[in-house]
Ligand binder design. Sequence first.
Ligand code: URA
Length: 241
Amino acid sequence: MEERLQKLLSAAGVCSRRTAETYLIARRVTVNGQTAHLGQRADPDRDEILVDGRPLAPRAEAVYILLNKPRGYVSTLSDERGRRTVAELVADCGSRVYPVGRLDLDSEGLLLLTNDGLLAHRLLAPRSHVDKVYYARVEGTLEPADAAAFAAGMTLGDGLECLPAGLEILSPGECLVTLREGKFHQVKRMLAARGKPVLYLKRVRMGNLPLDPALEPGTYRYLTEDEVESCLLYTSDAADE
Ligand code: URA
C-alpha cells in the first residue's frame, strides 16, 4: 500500500516524520533510483526506498515492548549469577529485544525493550536528556529543602555530580522524582544523601511514555504505532543535532 515517505521512514525507525521532511528536502531519499520529493508516496513492498543509499529495514522487524518490571528481576538478557532476568518475562514475544536502560533488581515499573537501536540510542543518549519519572517511598519526612536541593543540582559524597532534578512531594514519605540522566542507583543515592533512604522505587514515565496502569507487574504489551512515532518525535530534536 502506498504511504507518504515521511510516514514510511518513521515507521521503519529511521527518524521522526518531521525529520524525514528535512531528509527529503536535502535530497537524501530515493525511490527506485530517483530523488524523492516532499509529499511523495511509495509502496514499501514494491518500491526500492533508500536513505543515504541504504534500504529501509522491513517494518516487521521492529519490536517495541512496554514491560512493567517486577522486583526480583535483573534488567539484562542473561545473568552470570543465575538471577531471573527481564528476558524471561518477554520470551514469548519471539524477538531478541534489549532493555532500554536499567532498573535495579528491587525497582519496579516501566522498562522498554526493543530491537530498534535507533530509538534506544535516542532515549539513552546523554544529550537527549529524556525525562525519567520515578515514584519513591522513603524513610523519614520529605521537606521543601529536599526539593530545593534536587532543583539546584547535587554533588554526592562520592563526588557524583547530578544535574538539576525534580522532586515533587506527594506526602511526607512519598515523592515523584524527575531525572534528565540515568546514573547508577541515582534516585536512591540522591535521596539517601538527603537522609531519606528509599524503601520502594517504581519508574512511572520515560520521555512521553507513561507506565500503562493496566499492566500488572511482570506483564507487557506492544507499543502502538502512534506511541513509537511520538517517542521518535519526542527524542529526535536533541539526538539528531
Ligand atoms: N535510580 C535508582 O536508584 N534505581 C533505579 O532502578 C532507577 C533509578
